[in-house]
Design a protein around this ligand. Structure first.
Ligand code: C5P
Length: 333
């Protein structure tokens, strides 16, 4: 049995571009993995087929589960035999903008490779992940990841020092396809809509300027080592790239369609900001909302305050690429 951690992600800004002929939208986003995770166990036994097990009734056990679909494809691509049993220990919200199901699928693929002692070539893995969903491939990279295309084309960005955050998971369920359709409707209704490509280019320029600022990623030695408080004294600009990124004013376009429909989510964002976050945003199409904090203590205090108000909130931290892969495997065989 192979046991792995399936981490969640947040989006540090997300821009929606033109609707493509294949029905997907052009997307530009910065994904960031965080320490919140589910646990996935994979076993290969005699027989054939795929079996999904989970104590959580919200987890589908059939082909509608992304784990099921990715495992079928992986078994075929590896020309492997056997019955694959996937156990999903759900700790993350099932619907939420945190990429929970997507991360589960990718980690199931990687755990299966390990269980079979067979590996797919990197590009093949990425192809299979992208076939199953747009926000799967990011989990093959981890850390801070640039997402382009329909979000499935991923490029590792320099690792940012880990930052404390609070993740709020409201009960509301937001449908991603509907949020995209609402975005199209909103753009069509605008009197002078900006060209989608102009908006994408603008976002791209902001990211390029941020990435190429002198001294941005100088301090490599510390980047993999836990939290570095952004307010800590004596630390230079090079250690606060995440703070600088969110200060560029990057936003999540989904907020413009989701908040008017679910005003309670905008209220949650305001509460997170008032609780001391230096940046708060909807993640993906929601309904998860996160806040970034200067220190772990500040994040814990804010989470406690939110919980007292009856809001489901968890204090956690962002995960660097190194941390993501170091913590990935729980146990081998
Ligand atoms: O790729 P994924 O299965 O996550 O996409 C779910 C749905 O979200 C798609 O069928 C599509 O309607 C919409 N989508 C989109 N543009 C994207 C990603 C997803 O329109 N870039």
């Amino acid at each position: 049995m192979v046991t792995v951690r399936s981490f969640a992600k947040i989006n540090l800004g997300l821009r929606i571009g033109a609707l493509r002929s294949d029905g997907f939208h052009e997307l530009l986003t910065v994904y960031q993995t965080i320490a919140l995770h589910d646990v996935i166990r994979v076993q290969v036994g005699r027989g054939s087929g795929v079996e999904i097990r989970s104590e959580d009734p919200r987890v589908p056990k059939d082909r509608s589960n992304t784990c099921y679909r990715i495992v079928e494809r992986t078994v075929a691509a590896l020309r492997a035999r056997g019955r694959v049993v996937i156990e999903i220990e759900k700790r993350l919200p099932v619907q939420g903008g945190l990429g929970g199901a997507s991360g589960n699928a990718v980690t199931a693929l990687l755990a299966l490779e390990r269980a079979l002692k067979k590996e797919l070539p990197g590009p093949e893995r990425l192809r299979i992940a992208a076939e199953v969903g747009s926000d799967l491939p990011l989990f093959l990279v981890g850390g801070t990841v640039l997402g382009v295309g329909r979000g499935e084309e991923v490029y590792p960005l320099p690792d940012l020092p880990a930052v404390a955050c609070v993740v709020v998971t409201p009960e509301v369920g937001v449908s991603t396809p509907k949020a995209f359709a609402d975005w199209d409707g909103m753009q069509a209704a605008e009197l002078t809509p900006a060209e989608p490509s102009d908006r994408m280019n603008e976002f791209g320029r902001v990211l390029s300027a941020w990435l190429s600022a002198p001294g941005r990623f100088k301090d490599k030695a510390k980047s993999g080592k836990g939290l570095s408080g952004v307010s800590a004294r004596g630390r230079g600009r090079a250690e606060t790239p995440l703070l600088d990124l969110v200060r560029t004013g990057i936003e999540n376009d989904f907020e413009r369609v989701v908040f008017p429909q679910y005003p309670e989510l905008l209220e949650v964002k305001r509460v997170v900001e008032r609780a001391g976050a230096f940046y708060a945003s909807l993640s993906g199409s929601g309904s998860a909302i996160y806040g970034l904090f200067a220190t772990r203590t500040a994040a814990q205090r804010a989470a406690a305050k939110l919980q007292k108000m009856g809001v489901k909130a968890l204090a956690t931290s962002t995960l660097t690429r190194r941390q993501y892969w170091n913590k990935f495997l729980v146990s081998g065989f």
